[in-house]
Design a protein around this ligand. Structure first.
Ligand SMILES: Cc1ncc(COP(=O)(O)O)c(C=O)c1O
Length: 385
């Protein structure tokens, strides 16, 4: 019997891969449960292969990887970091923690990514970096962003929480910025409950990042026998995950192909199965420009307005389908107003999108019956116009 025929279709269910429990047992039995053990090395190598990153460091979360990027940028209080308002709090928090000012830029109405045409007007003498977020794993306009960053001497950081497996013009996401932050939170395509990674291209930056991840010490070098004692070298914190979590992540990364294949099947079924309904009801579906490949991280619909979004969520819940909205705009959030600044022109598109967006269930374990149930439930809603 289908797993989703009787109960509600959950919004997300964490996916367990073939080797996961075996690797977890091995990790516990090997007697090496702290970080930087054999599974950390295996997961790191797999991640480098997937992203083409020169250097990869597993971290305890994407949030922490972003915090590390803020330390590595040597931000000073009052420095400004440009980013979208339509993102998760961690994107801004990481830089606000260093005393920097997040500068919120509006998003594009098609991909919902930072609108690269609005970045230049947000640049001041204090601007140090641009942080891009590839929403739903659909790449930002990286050529334009990089050209602007080069012109003004700014660092580019990718918040690639959604984008593992995505491409921009045949180049993997995570390989564009001087740094990229990955998430392996339970809601992501590849997950270990809580986890992340910092990807870097530059060897010297990566060497410093390793110290920052180990409480500001050169303990990693000591373990490799490169120094005879380890000491406090830099500021840092405890950003290194346990090898037990790395064991789970290794199993997930090894199953990346099958996880992605199923997620793409579900994504495509929604996209095709809902296109007529969307057209009839004035609902927008995700836009993926031709020069990009997305990793089927999430599937969303944009209802005409807040009233319909709320009614649609209630309709889906009554039909046994758990759906969710996404991102409260940061430029209006309590901390956004306190620590950030909004770029000229405000963020009207972000506000409009945040009112209208609904995410449908999407996970590798969602079976065909579940997908059909979601599609039928969605089609049962009519937008009165
Ligand atoms: C864009 C973005 N950045 C950062 C994060 C934080 O990730 P983590 O939970 O791994 O810290 C999230 C979480 O979903 C996110 O959506």
């Amino acid at each position: 019997m289908s797993t989703t025929s009787l109960t509600a279709v959950p919004f997300n269910r964490t996916h367990v891969c073939d080797n996961e429990l075996g690797y977890l047992t091995e990790a516990v039995r090997q007697g090496f449960t702290c970080g930087d053990g054999p599974f950390t090395r295996r997961a790191t190598e797999l991640l480098r292969e997937l992203t083409g990153a020169g250097h990869a460091l597993l971290t305890t979360s994407c949030t922490h990887a972003l915090e590390m990027s803020a330390i590595l940028l040597d931000l000073r209080p009052g420095d400004e970091v440009i980013m979208p308002s339509f993102t998760f709090v961690s994107t801004a928090n990481a830089y606000a923690l260093r005393g920097a000012v997040p500068v919120f830029v509006d998003c594009r109405p098609d991909t919902l990514n930072i609108d690269e045409r609005l970045i230049e007007a947000a640049i001041t003498g204090r601007t140090r970096a641009v942080v891009v977020v590839h929403y739903a794993g659909v790449a930002c306009e990286m050529d334009a962003v990089q050209a602007l960053a080069d012109r003004y001497g700014l660092a580019v950081v990718e918040d690639n929480a959604h984008g593992l497996g995505g491409f921009y013009r045949n180049r993997p996401l995570g390989s564009f910025g001087c740094m990229a932050a990955q998430s392996f939170h339970a809601t992501k395509n590849v997950q270990c409950g809580e986890g992340g990674a910092l990807l870097l291209q530059d060897a010297a930056l990566a060497a410093r990042a390793e110290i920052i991840r180990e409480k500001g010490t050169d303990r990693s070098r000591f373990y490799r026998g490169q120094v005879d004692k380890y000491q406090w070298i830099d500021i840092g914190s405890s950003y290194l995950p346990s090898d037990v979590l790395a064991a789970m992540l290794t199993a997930q990364l090894e199953s990346f192909g099958s996880i992605q294949a199923r997620r793409h099947t579900v994504w495509q079924a929604y996209h095709e199965g809902l296109s007529e309904w969307a057209g009839d009801n004035g609902v927008a579906q995700p836009v993926v420009p031709e020069d990009r490949r997305h990793p089927a991280h999430l599937y969303y619909l944009l209802l005409p307005d807040l009233h319909h979004r709320q009614a649609f969520l209630a309709h889906l819940a009554a039909a046994g389908v758990q759906a969710a909205f996404h991102y409260q705009p940061l430029h209006h959030a309590v901390a956004g107003l306190r620590y950030g600044r909004t770029a000229p022109g405000g963020c009207p598109v972000t506000e409009h999108v945040a009112d209208r967006l609904v995410r449908l269930p999407l996970f590798a374990g969602l079976d065909d019956a579940g997908v059909t149930r979601v599609i039928e439930a969605v089609r049962g809603y009519r937008v009165d116009r």
